[in-house]
Design a protein around this ligand. Structure first.
Ligand SMILES: Cc1cc2nc3c(=O)[nH]c(=O)nc-3n(C[C@H](O)[C@H](O)[C@H](O)COP(=O)(O)OP(=O)(O)OC[C@H]3O[C@@H](n4cnc5c(N)ncnc54)[C@H](O)[C@@H]3O)c2cc1C
Length: 265
């Protein structure tokens, strides 16, 4: 998919996004699930290189008592982001540029960044989540982003993943989180929720609650919450059982990946 840039003034649905997540590993995909579920127009840009693809059997990700194939987990997370409404672009981000008001690229809808890719895409967006483990080349020309060199490179953030530039966040290993899939996924989720809180919903909870949980107590349903009745609950459970039976019916078709230095040509 190549996304063309629209005119400067009018938001173009093909190029103007609310959120661009750079990096579709566990952190980036988890962030996208949360922003897309809130209805923010979210695009995940990734060439397909999560380091988790090298794992032999993932035994410490919550919810899988006997472990799970890590490629399967990445597929499921990608599917979850898409079900939530996110789009995915197979490409590598080459540059994130800050849009100054008055720039030719500055649209009327408050976009603050242009994300460029090796596929010649130019995507304007209000928020960027950088979730690229140790890759920072595409951020290097932005004033205000703290790049930390500790043998590998990281991005300096506050406790919620905010960088020194408004609207630009870092998630997962890139934000110096421990090198564990569950921690990085959790941090991606936290960054997604932080964007929603920073955007317009300070008391944001992405919850699905039983019918009446809030409303029968005359409590307002908080932003992000949904109440569902028993029939709807059963329907959703049946759909999830069906989906999981299908996804786990066979071993994953992809070979386990290894360190590039160990690959045979
Ligand atoms: C051999 C091995 C086994 C492991 N086993 C376990 C384990 O058992 N349990 C555990 O908890 N953790 C394990 N890990 C660690 C785990 O894989 C990482 O901690 C986790 O994947 C980090 O998540 P992340 O989203 O920050 O980075 P990643 O999952 O690596 O995702 C980063 C993404 O950024 C993308 N990217 C990079 N540059 C760009 C760019 N310029 N533009 C767009 N996209 C870009 C990459 O393609 C990649 O998909 C293992 C790691 C290895 C190497």
């Amino acid at each position: 998919m190549t996304v063309e840039t629209g005119s400067a003034a009018d938001p173009d649905p093909a190029t103007d996004r609310d959120v661009v997540v750079v990096g579709g590993g566990v952190a980036g995909l988890s962030a996208a699930v949360f922003t897309a579920r809130r209805g923010l127009d979210t695009l995940v840009v990734d060439p397909g290189g999560s380091i988790l693809r090298r794992n032999a059997h993932l035994e410490n990700f919550p919810g899988f008592p006997l472990g799970v194939n890590a490629r399967r987990l990445l597929d499921l997370l990608g599917e979850q982001a898409e079900t939530a409404g996110a789009d995915r672009l197979t490409a590598r981000a080459t540059r994130v540029a800050v849009v100054e008001p008055g720039d030719a690229d500055a649209p009327a809808d408050g976009a603050r960044f242009v994300v460029e890719s090796d596929g010649d895409d130019r995507i304007r967006t209000r928020y960027v989540v950088a979730a690229t483990k140790n890759a920072v080349g595409y951020l290097e020309r932005i004033d205000g982003v703290g790049i930390l060199d500790r043998g590998k490179t990281y991005v300096d953030t506050d406790e919620r993943g905010r960088t020194g530039v408004d609207g630009l966040y870092a998630a997962g290993r890139l934000a110096e989180k421990p090198h564990q899939a569950a921690v990085c996924a959790g941090h991606g989720a936290e960054v997604g929720v932080t964007i929603l809180e920073d955007d317009d919903a300070p008391f944001y909870h992405d919850w699905v609650a039983p019918d009446g949980y809030f409303s029968d107590r005359d409590r307002p349903i908080p932003p992000g919450c949904e109440e569902i009745d028993e029939a709807e609950r059963r329907e959703r459970e049946a759909a999830s059982l069906d989906a999981m039976r299908g996804r786990f019916a066979e071993p994953h078709p992809d070979d386990q990946e290894t360190h590039p230095s160990l690959r045979e040509d």
